[in-house]
Design a protein around this ligand. Structure first.
Ligand code: TYM
Length: 332
């Protein structure tokens, strides 16, 4: 399978990124039959408020975190979006077949602009650049591209399919279908407001970051919201509790999981016991990650070399798509 996915460098990775997407990346790269391309979406990250003096460091930190989690640059083409200028060129051809109305429907755009701020054109056309990122790595019009992402990106992939069809209808069969690959936890909710998805933009206490120190994890989980609104009946799981359970399921022991599940089912669960158990499982699981992250951060030359090699490999891959697209559009 062709597998493609990206993450924006806009802060440290949180448990939503991990359970929704990165966990799947790590499984998919294990299968030698998969052609995996994973990248740092640094151009996308310019569509939100950012500090130019720290952007380069954020890009490197995201690379470090992904490598520390186990993304294997030997098996995966691992690169930085802005190293491959062709992504912007393809985005332009796609922009020219994109109806304005389709972009106005994007819920992520609507959410981000709901507070009266005037959005940039970059934020508006962000999904077209994302479509280019994905469609770029097709090999022909028949073999699908699979995209491991969280639930919040599915609408963008539907748009990608729409744009691919429009391009194909106008210029001839070029792009295949794109398919999202979702995990069982494709939508992890905020710790402090479990009615909203976990997101860096809501503030650091809404997120559990993978490299949070054990005391920090404990503190955040202690104040995590469990049951909201009217009391739930035994067995009913509120989104806050479901988040705690999905973390325990991913990182705790099956015995612990069975123990708390049974207590939840019969209504005797004590969150004052569940929360420290979740904190412990999480902090232990990511102990090795925190160590590797520290070591890699101290070796920036190594990280730069890995990204340079990734850029070289990605460049080779994009040549055939770009040639086909330029010819079909008639510009070359
Ligand atoms: P980004 O950087 O916001 O998030 C990275 C990945 O993490 C997933 N995710 C979540 N999953 C479950 N629960 C959550 N609370 C949660 N928060 C984030 C996201 O779904 C994503 O998979 N537009 C993309 C980056 C991108 C991209 C691409 C992805 C650019 N081009 C091409 C795939 C293919 C984004 O902003 O993800």
């Amino acid at each position: 399978m062709i597998i493609l996915s990206g993450i924006q460098p806009s802060g440290r990775l949180h448990i939503g990124n991990y359970l929704g997407a990165v966990r799947n990346w790590l499984t998919l790269q294990e299968d030698a039959a998969n052609a995996c391309r994973f990248f740092l979406a640094d151009w996308h990250s310019l569509t939100e408020a950012f500090d130019p003096t720290t952007k380069a460091a954020q890009v490197r930190e995201l690379a470090v975190e992904l490598l520390a989690l186990g993304v294997d640059p030997e098996r995966v083409v691992f690169f930085r979006q802005s190293d491959i200028h062709e992504h912007l060129e393809l985005a332009w051809y796609l922009t020219c077949v994109t109806p304005v109305g389709e972009l106005e429907r994007m819920t992520q755009f609507k959410d981000k602009t709901a507070h009266g701020e005037s959005p940039s054109v970059g934020l508006f056309t962000y999904p077209v650049l994302m479509a280019a990122d994905v469609l770029m790595y097709r090999t022909n019009a028949a073999e699908p591209v699979h995209v491991p992402v969280g639930h919040d990106q599915v609408q963008h992939l539907e748009l990608t399919n729409d744009l691919a069809r429009r391009f194909n209808n106008r210029f001839g069969a070029t792009f295949p279908e794109v398919q999202p690959l979702l995990t069982s936890t494709a939508r992890v909710m905020s710790l402090k407001d479990p009615t909203r998805k976990m997101s860096k933009s809501h503030g650091p206490d809404h997120c559990l970051f993978l490299n949070d120190a054990p005391e920090e994890v404990e503190r955040k989980l202690r104040s995590a919201v469990t049951d909201v609104g009217s009391p739930t009946s035994p067995g009913d799981m509120s989104p806050g509790v479901a988040t705690l359970f999905s973390i325990l399921e991913a990182f705790g022991t099956p015995d612990e999981m069975a123990h708390f599940r049974a207590q939840h089912a019969n209504g005797t669960i004590k969150y004052s016991e569940l929360k420290p158990a979740v904190a412990r499982a999480f902090a232990e699981y990511f102990g090795a990650f925190r160590e590797s992250k520290r070591a890699l951060l101290a070796d920036p030359a190594r990280v730069d070399a890995i990204l340079a090699q990734g850029a070289e490999r990605a460049h080779t891959l994009v040549a055939s798509t770009m040639q086909a697209v330029r010819t079909r559009v008639g510009i070359r």
